[in-house]
Design a protein around this ligand. Structure first.
Ligand code: ASP
Length: 632
């Protein structure tokens, strides 16, 4: 076999006259009478090969002295097809057919003297060509080896590999984080999602759980004196299918000892700055901070997309003065300070600049269906148009109810001629959620989301801080930790927390945690918290979450014990690696940034995982299946 001397992306006019060996795949094949042109492709690029009996004989004669050797080679070249894997030896010359400025190797071509056909291709289900129409994703995933040959996919793999290098350099290199691997065979962690279980043959009837994250191991590492920990790790969550989720995904997992919130946010901001600089040459400015409360009030979501300027306003006080029945009935039970548990009502408004023209009746009718999906009754609409005398006039929708208070209304929402104002009235939780979702849809409909520039972006980063410690699970009515149960209350909340009673909903809802997220363009790219390092505080959290002392001991005795032997104050965070790469590569499809992803229902179409276990395997594992095959 010819061993390559160069890659397919390497040769330039400075190599002219040299004899080189290249290996790769036939990317394109052109037969020009007795000349054959091939674009040879490998991970690094494309190089043009020429099979020319005349030139090849001239060049080759010097080497082999055999004038007839090339007849066989021309015959083999003639039979080459796209995606055959070959190696060649030849001489670099300036392209006779003129330069191809699109290729870095576009000045030269190789006159082939020797061809090794390393592996022929059967008729492939598709060609890995970014310029032609690709088959559907199912076929691409089934033949992932072909799909990954595409230059754009190779680029993503390269970006991901570089990202991991930048991450390691920053944390493990410069900042002396210790890279530690934590177990994959683990036990249940209370982070909310359903878990994957692995039956344990040697301890019949017991199961490992695959980690949702290495949360407790990294905390234990702090208690073990590791000081700073990092890991690029795989996490597993058996969640319901969603387009942007994978059952296994990668996190950049981090933890630091002897820090409070500001030290960790500073370290992470430094990382974000380094990462964007090295990955796409972008200088991240100081990351703005926003409280959870403000995010929910102004944007209706805890991960606001701040690339566009659409704000939500609570206009309950004004709305109570109108005669509009829906507003009245929602506000009847009185207004309240914003509380998620509250059954009382609010009226939220969003001014859409320039919406009067763009948001047609059909579009705004669709908004009502959207709001209904989140439990709201619908969306009320009013347009601000120009009256004949040039003054603002309220039109359509609920205009007649607002007309008597027009001047106040316009002042209240800052409306201008040409705007549409949208309203959702409901309990605080429903109205906030519904109008938050609506805001994103309006931004899409109004074309407010900026298109990425040459370097990607625009990148709007945001710290969201001061999350509530607890929230009520809608289905069970029980209190759960908003981040996870190892998150500490913010320093100034300690007294409130220590005195909190599990039945005191008002207090529990108001306790603020020392958690933080980094949000980028409306998606959460990292989340973490200052942790509890005091055993009594941890025990109290378990109690408030409804765990009896016995249950807490059964599940977390190792943590509670470790907390009893001199645990340092510590804090951590985890970045979603797949999300980071999606942002850098400008794709919305998580499967495009993972070499071997799973489908929405968790299937690997190439290897056909998951698959059935044999009866013998199940017996060995002491597992019986209750699954009944449905008749087809
Ligand atoms: N373990 C958390 C998560 O996976 C992150 C953290 O708190 O560090 O979301």
């Amino acid at each position: 076999m010819l061993i390559r001397t160069h890659t397919c992306g390497e040769l330039r006019d400075t190599h002219v006259g040299q004899t080189v060996n290249l290996s790769g795949w036939v990317n394109a094949y052109r037969d020009h009478g007795n000349l054959i042109f091939i674009d040879l492709r490998d991970r690094y690029g494309l190089t043009q090969l020429v099979f020319d009996p005349e030139d090849a004989n001239e060049a080759g004669a010097a080497n082999t002295g055999d004038k007839h050797a090339h007849t066989g080679m021309m015959g083999d070249a003639d039979k080459l097809r796209n995606e055959d894997c070959i190696a060649v030896r030849g001489v670099v010359r300036i392209r006779r057919g003129g330069e191809n400025p699109k290729l870095p190797t576009g000045k030269v071509e190789i006159v082939v003297q020797q061809l090794d056909v390393l592996s022929k291709t059967d008729n492939p289900p598709f060609l890995p060509d970014d310029n032609s129409t690709l088959p559907n994703e199912e076929i691409r995933l089934k033949h992932r080896y072909l799909d990954l040959r595409r230059p754009s996919m190779q680029k993503v793999l390269g970006t991901r590999s570089k990202a991991m290098q930048v991450i390691r350099n920053y944390f493990a290199g410069e900042n002396r984080f210790l890279e530690v691997e934590t177990p994959i065979l683990y036990k249940s962690t209370p982070e909310g999602a359903r878990e994957f279980l692995v039956p344990c043959r040697n301890m019949p009837g017991t199961f490992y759980a695959l980690p949702q994250s290495p949360q407790l191991f990294k905390q234990i590492l702090m208690m073990s004196g590791c000081d700073r920990y990092m890991q690029i790790c795989r996490c597993f969550r058996d969640e319901d299918p969603r387009a942007d989720r994978q059952p296994e995904f990668s996190q950049v997992d981090l933890e630091m000892s002897f820090v409070r919130r500001d030290q960790i946010t500073e370290m992470m901001e430094g990382f974000v700055r380094r990462f964007w600089k090295e990955m796409c040459g972008y200088e991240v400015p100081t990351i703005q901070r926003m409280s959870y409360r403000d995010a929910m009030e102004d944007y209706g979501i805890d991960r606001p997309d701040t690339r566009y300027d659409l704000k939500i306003k609570d206009i309950s006080t004004f709305a109570a003065r109108t005669e509009f029945g829906v507003f009245k009935s929602v506000l009847e039970k009185g207004q309240d300070r914003p509380r998620f548990n509250s059954k009382r009502g609010v009226v939220k408004a969003m001014r859409v600049p320039g919406g009067a023209d763009k948001l047609t009746r059909k579009i705004t009718d669709g908004y009502s269906s959207l709001a209904q999906r989140f439990g709201a009754g619908g969306v009320a609409v009013v347009k601000v148009i120009k009256a004949e005398d040039g003054s603002p006039k309220l039109d359509t929708g609920i205009a007649k109810f607002l007309e008597p208070l027009k001047a106040d209304f316009i002042r209240e929402v800052g409306a201008q001629i040409g705007d549409t104002v949208l309203f959702v009235a409901d309990t605080y939780a429903i109205a906030t959620k519904a109008i938050g979702e609506l805001r994103q849809q309006v931004a899409r409909d109004m074309g407010m989301i900026p298109k990425p520039g040459a370097e990607g972006g625009p990148w709007n980063f945001l710290w969201v801080l001061d999350f509530p410690m607890f929230e009520k699970n809608k289905e069970t009515g029980k209190w759960i930790a908003m981040h996870h149960p190892f998150t500490a209350p913010r320093d100034d909340q300690r007294d409130l927390f220590v005195n909190a009673d599990v039945n005191d909903d008002d207090t529990l809802e108001s306790i603020v945690s020392a958690g933080y997220d980094i949000v980028l363009n409306g998606s959460e790219i990292a989340g973490g918290s200052v942790r509890i390092h005091d055993r009594a505080v941890q025990a109290k959290v378990f109690q408030l979450l409804g765990l009896s002392p016995e249950q807490a001991k059964e599940k977390f005795s190792f943590l509670l014990e470790a907390l009893s032997y001199g645990a340092p104050p510590h804090a951590g965070i985890a970045f979603g690696l797949d999300r980071l790469i999606m942002h850098i590569c400008g794709t919305d499809n998580i499967r495009d940034v993972i070499a071997f992803p799973k489908t929405q229902i968790g299937a690997d179409l190439m290897t056909r995982a998951p698959s059935k276990a044999t009866d013998a395997q199940l017996k060995d594992l002491h597992v019986a299946s209750t699954w009944v095959e449905k008749p087809s």
